[in-house]
Design a binder for this molecule. Structure first.
Ligand code: C2O
Ligand code: CU
Length: 465
């Protein structure tokens, strides 16, 4: 039984260091190299080594921390075992560097990816996007954190430095020898029985009795979570949600739980000052028929709260205005496109009956660059959940109907690039199609569905649709 709880410290991925930086007439460009490579590592305590393939031999890969407007060129070298494409999820990347699924580096090849980093501060992430094997590539380690910072966010005095911590959630299954069990074989879902944070099964983190900012990433293949922080008596602690996929909210949202689906990010500020000397559990209360729960998937990690604060800066109240300048899309009530996320057959999934291998038909929308469109996303049946991810754009979640819940307060508080569709639901999103043009993918971020092939494309174009 896998019950080695809270015995190992939470690892914090190293921050990526550029090889060199150049100034070009007022533009700052950082050059990085990142190798996709295989390695072995003890993941599950007291078992043997697991075979992984990650970025620079680590999983999660290095964390990029990039000031807004500093451009980056990252040379990804594929020294792994299969082809690879790298996608920077949540970025305004030009389509040629967006990790198009069939724009793969064969083993031994490399590609320079260029990122303008013109977005406002936000927590985005990078992961493999190779055609038909994204799920297993992500599962064996190809995913990492990418943060864009800016001065407006820095001025807010939010918890910073060691008090600003990424929590990348994944789930795996293990073989008796400590190696990972394959995620392949089930065309509907992969849900592992071991939950990890930053690559470590059920870690603990020693914290101080003060405020922390946690940036939560759901990097699982098929597992959505309903997270809560519980005190030693099991009471859920109230926290503030301050940001989601596309950055800071207008104002913080107070909550005592947080539903986060595959591909989504949320950032929270929680105050441990009342809990000196106590242990706080980060738990999971997801109740979704299709998401398999196991003996210990109701626990994620533990925070061991110490008794002293070593640095009391950036520990004040969260400002009531975080971002007064969110670029909400212009309102629009005409539905431009309706997309059905549906089971296509025994083991295939489609959008409007079109799968990604249908190269002549897979471009399902042609929004003019700079336009706003209203898309209606339908879940057409079956028990699986579909977190729908649209590349390039920021979306406003306008409505959710047909199920038991509406738009959640923290879904409405900012812009997003993933929205969760549960069975029976119809969700409307408004998106501004820009700033770049070109052909981009949109898909279900259940990576098993994406591979099987609930993915299509849209072309942001100068031409009238
Ligand atoms: Cu996070 Cu198209 O992916
Ligand atoms: Cu799906």
């Amino acid at each position: 039984a896998y019950n080695y709880m809270f015995q190992n410290a939470l690892p914090i991925p190293a921050v990526a260091v550029p090889d060199f930086t150049e100034e070009f007439g007022g533009r700052t460009v950082q050059f990085y190299t990142c190798a996709i490579e295989s390695f072995t590592k003890q993941i599950y305590p007291n078992l043997g080594l697991a075979h992984m393939t990650g970025y620079n031999g680590t999983s999660p890969g290095p964390t990029y921390v990039i000031p807004r407007g500093t451009e980056t060129i990252i040379r990804y070298l594929n020294n792994g075992e299969v082809s690879a494409a790298v996608h920077l999820h949540g970025s305004y990347t030009h389509s040629v560097w967006d990790g198009w699924a069939s724009d793969e580096m064969a083993v031994g090849q490399w590609k320079d990816y260029y990122y303008p980093n013109s977005e406002t501060a936000r927590s985005i992430w990078y992961h493999d996007h190779a055609d038909g094997h994204t799920a297993s590539d992500a599962y064996y380690g190809q995913a990492g954190v990418y943060l864009i910072t800016d001065s407006a966010e820095d001025a807010l005095g939010l918890p910073a430095g060691k008090y600003d911590v990424p929590l990348a959630l994944t789930d795996h299954s293990f073989q008796a020898n400590g190696d990972l069990a394959s995620p392949n074989g089930n065309p509907i879902n992969f849900c592992g029985d071991v939950l990890s944070v930053n690559g470590q099964p059920w870690p603990y983190m020693s914290v101080e009795p003060r405020k922390y900012r946690f940036r939560v990433f759901d990097m699982s293949l098929s597992r959505a979570y309903d997270l809560f922080f519980a005190d030693p008596s099991g009471n859920w602690i109230t926290f503030q949600v301050i940001a989601s996929d596309s950055g800071l909210f207008g104002s913080p949202v107070t909550s005592n739980d947080l539903v986060i689906a595959m591909g989504e990010r949320y950032e929270v500020v929680i105050d441990f000052s009342m809990y000196a000397g106590k242990n706080i559990t980060l738990g999971n209360n997801m109740q979704q028929a299709q998401i398999q729960e196991f003996a210990n998937t109701n626990k994620v990690m533990q925070f061991n709260v110490g008794s002293t604060v070593s640095d009391s800066s950036n520990n004040g109240a969260v400002p009531s205005t975080l971002n007064g300048n969110i670029q909400w899309p212009a309102q629009r009530t005409t539905v431009d496109h309706t997309f059905n996320f549906q089971m296509g057959g025994e083991s295939t999934w489609t959008i409007n009956g079109v799968d990604f291998s249908d190269v002549n038909n897979r471009i399902l929308a042609r929004p003019t660059q700079g336009s706003v469109q209203l898309w209606e996303l339908h879940h057409t049946g079956g028990p699986a959940v579909h977190p729908v991810h649209v590349h390039l754009v920021n979306m406003q979640v306008v409505s959710r109907t047909g199920g038991s819940r509406g738009v959640l307060p923290y879904e409405a508080a900012g812009l997003k690039d993933v929205v969760l569709l549960e069975p029976g639901e119809t969700v409307r999103v408004l998106a501004f199609f820009g700033p770049a043009n070109g052909v981009y993918m949109f898909h279900c971020h259940n990576l098993v569905h994406e591979d099987n092939t609930m993915m299509d494309a849209f072309n942001v174009t100068y031409l009238q649709e």
